[in-house]
Design a protein around this ligand. Structure first.
Ligand SMILES: [Zn+2]
Length: 240
């Protein structure tokens, strides 16, 4: 049910659309490739049978597995209503008025409109909310979230050799963070009195060589979560 959903690709004024000999203009033009992969042949049957019965002003009970749902029955009904073959018709180009070469099927079907409007879907963000725990940008549209830069996007930029762009997207414009590191014990240092970083791990005090490194906040968070489980992660640094 409702498998033949879609997005309006183009809107025409009525006189530009194709027209049958009877002067019937379609409400929707649909690509026939939409049918085999979605296996919605029932809708095709509904449309063909609807066309045959509507022409004669009849009502029909056509539950599946009844005679009225067979191809023979439907084609017979179409022939009785004055159509030949599969009920296809010659249609005339709305722009030129010329008859189109291919015979086209036009019929009735039940359709509902989905309430997917551009105004409700539009999503944009410059700077915005970040998650308080990870400090990474939030995802949700209603919370002014960002558009995900995932693995496949990353792979595209790798393929282009744009390493600096990946660094910018996933670090500088995401959860950029600075931490002080003790080069002796490779642990994160703390801010001591007078805003001087000190290493509380090896307790070398001011003699310890402490450097400032840039790491994602999520990385710092993971290290501390591992520390809470008695796993020590050392960060090796190299002075460039
Ligand atoms: Zn240390």
């Amino acid at each position: 049910m409702n498998r033949q959903k879609g997005i309006v690709g183009m809107v025409f004024i009525q006189e530009d659309l194709p027209v049958t000999q009877e002067g019937i203009v379609p409400d929707i033009v649909i690509n026939p490739h939409a049918f085999p992969s979605r296996q919605t042949l029932g809708q095709m049957c509904e449309s063909a049978l609807g066309k045959a019965t509507a022409k004669r002003g009849e009502q029909l009970f056509a539950t599946p597995f009844m005679p009225a749902s067979t191809v023979e029955w439907i084609t017979n009904a179409l022939h009785k209503s004055g159509y030949n073959g599969w009920g296809t018709e010659t249609m005339y180009n709305g722009f030129t008025g010329k008859a189109m070469e291919a015979k086209i099927f036009i019929g009735t079907t039940f359709y509902q409109r989905l309430t997917h409007m551009v105004q409700d879907m539009i999503k944009y963000r410059r700077r915005g909310h970040v998650h308080p725990l990870t400090r990474q940008p939030v995802a949700d549209r209603k919370r002014h979230g960002g558009v995900k830069f995932g693995e496949m996007e990353r792979d595209c930029l790798i393929a282009h050799g744009a390493a600096a762009t990946i660094q910018e997207r996933t670090f500088h414009l995401s959860d950029y963070h600075e931490v002080h590191l003790c080069r002796g014990c490779k642990q994160m240092a703390h801010m001591g009195p007078g805003r001087v970083p000190i290493c509380r791990f090896c307790r070398k005090g001011k003699k310890a060589e402490i450097v400032l490194v840039e790491i994602p906040y999520a990385c710092k968070l993971l290290i501390q979560e591992l520390q809470s489980m008695c796993i020590s992660v050392g960060l090796d640094t190299e002075v460039v």
